[in-house]
Design a protein around this ligand. Structure first.
Ligand code: UN1
Length: 494
């Protein structure tokens, strides 16, 4: 029997009103069950939003430095439980233990960072155009915020949203991905233990259509922050537009690495392997397009294939494993479909291109790291996000062509160039159309105190993490204090 877990609403642990449940299992071995979770619907979402609404008065009026103290305790507890959380994460969504630790570390970092923001939350003062009048701008909470988060960073990504939302004085209803509810549960327990007031953070488990959609549409939800596919994000945006609320979207990527002929090839290969096949290619920042300057093409590919072939697949709990399973069966099918599409489009499959089924791998959803060459920009494997261990390689004659190819995408999250030429590196920072550009580093590994997000169809203009997070989760109020004792009209009106 699977252990059963509940929603967290107004500080109480409760079942779904319908009594429905779903089960979370390990992608490395589906017989390993992580628990049974409430399959929430509109009534549960409504109860959670009402709880967030009731909690708002108190939490939003708690001085920000005091809110920060709660966040600080949360970060400390995550730190204490880092290993336990990482192990549950690896079991539940498959990423290798080392990477799961990194995922938890992002939450620790974000917790401390935003706890400190409680003593800043800086606004500004500025002179008035009139005498005897003061002006300043302050940050106010937005209200009740709905969060919808993915399974691929089941603690890090929620932490990028929850910590800044809380420090800003908002209350939250969170709908975590149905593929990583147990990890979400463990995370929420820590907020409870740290003494966050009831209702400030509520969690409803379940599916997008059943629980996510009513959250987006709920009249008392003042903002939605969503990380996931561009397809779903577009729907969230459209529905939320009816209510004219703020929507933060973090979506797909088709992130390129450019390797120029003067690059350190050993370094480039290490970075490509890490960016394309780390987290089994399931990062929104993963490198899925490699653009290689012709003179080093043969050499780079040879080395890349050798290193990729040597990667060890398996259960991420084993320390020597480098690549875990993909998250579930439907994701596995999607990858298989794209590999067939790539072959039919005429790309040349150099490596992988099939499930890995040796020994224990047969139990789980393992897919061999896959490399396609002779890819052209029209091909779907060059254009569409696969979210798996599939890398498409193209050749470029020179820097300008490499940039053109890199930018020939509807996405714009991360990007990278390997070159020792400082002029080219600086030009690439200007030329690459992306929210993140790395020089001599792969496309993954963003740090939490810098803005994170992308251009084009990757987002809708916002950024999370860094100082940008404070802007996302607060609203500006401008204040004018006239101490002249007479009616002074602005804009010089007599
Ligand atoms: C994501 O894939 O949704 O930059 C987030 C990175 C990580 C975060 C990825 N720090 O790869």
């Amino acid at each position: 029997m699977a252990e059963s877990y509940k929603n967290y609403i107004g500080g109480e642990w409760v079942d779904a009103r319908s009594g429905g449940t779903f089960v979370s299992t390990s992608p490395a071995d589906p017989s390993d069950v992580l628990g049974e979770f409430p399959r929430s619907g509109p009534e549960d979402v409504n109860a959670a939003v009402e709880a967030a609404d009731r909690a708002f008065q108190e939490w939003s009026r708690t001085p920000a430095p005091k809110r920060g103290e709660v966040l600080y305790r949360v970060a400390e507890l995550i730190q204490e439980r880092k290993e336990e959380l990482a192990r549950i994460m690896t079991r539940e969504m498959g990423k290798v233990l080392n990477e799961a630790r990194g995922d938890v570390q992002e939450a620790i970092d974000m917790g401390y960072y935003m706890a400190g923001e409680g003593r800043r939350l800086l606004g500004y003062t500025t002179p008035s155009e009139l005498p005897l009048k003061a002006c300043f701008a302050i940050r106010r909470p937005i209200g009740r915020i709905g969060l919808i988060t993915p399974w691929n960073f089941p603690i890090a990504v929620p932490s990028w949203k929850i910590f800044p939302a809380l420090i800003g004085g908002n209350t939250i209803v969170w709908k975590p991905a149905e593929d990583s509810p147990r990890t979400a549960y463990e995370f929420v327990r820590i907020f409870e233990e740290a003494g966050l007031p009831p209702g400030a953070l509520n969690v409803v488990f379940g599916y997008g259509e059943e629980a996510g959609r009513p959250l987006v549409e709920h009249p008392k939800i003042d903002m939605i922050s969503f990380t996931g596919s561009t397809e779903v994000g577009r729907e969230v945006y459209t529905r939320a537009a009816q209510k004219l609320i703020r929507v933060h979207l973090e979506m797909g990527g088709k992130n390129p690495i450019i390797v120029m002929d003067d690059a350190d090839l050993d370094l480039a290969v290490d970075a490509i392997v890490w960016s394309a096949f780390g987290t089994t290619g399931q990062r929104c920042t993963a490198c899925s397009r490699l653009i290689v300057h012709e003179p080093v093409y043969e050499k780079l590919i040879e080395q890349l294939v050798a290193d990729t072939e040597a990667l060890r697949l398996g259960n991420g709990l084993e320390p020597s494993v480098q690549v875990g399973p993909v998250v579930n069966e439907s994701q596995l099918r999607k990858i298989e479909t794209y590999v067939e599409i790539g072959k039919n489009e005429g790309a040349k499959l150099l490596l992988g291109g099939e499930r890995a089924t040796e020994g224990d791998l047969a139990k789980g959803y393992f897919y061999k790291p896959t490399i396609f060459v002779d890819v052209t920009p029209e091909m779907r494997i060059f254009r569409e996000e696969i979210f798996g261990p599939v890398l498409s390689v193209v050749k470029a004659r020179d820097y300008d062509e490499a940039i053109r190819l890199a930018n020939d995408t509807t996405y714009g999250l991360s990007s990278s160039i390997f070159t020792r030429n400082v002029n080219l590196a600086m030009r690439a920072i200007e030329d690459l159309e992306a929210g993140i550009t790395y020089i001599n580093h792969g496309t993954i590994g963003a740090e939490i105190h810098l803005p994170f997000g992308g251009v084009k169809d990757t987002g809708n203009g916002g950024r999370e993490a860094g100082l940008a997070a404070i802007d996302e989760y607060t609203e500006w109020k401008s204040v004018y204090i006239d101490y002249s004792g007479r009616l002074q009209k602005a804009q010089g009106i007599e």
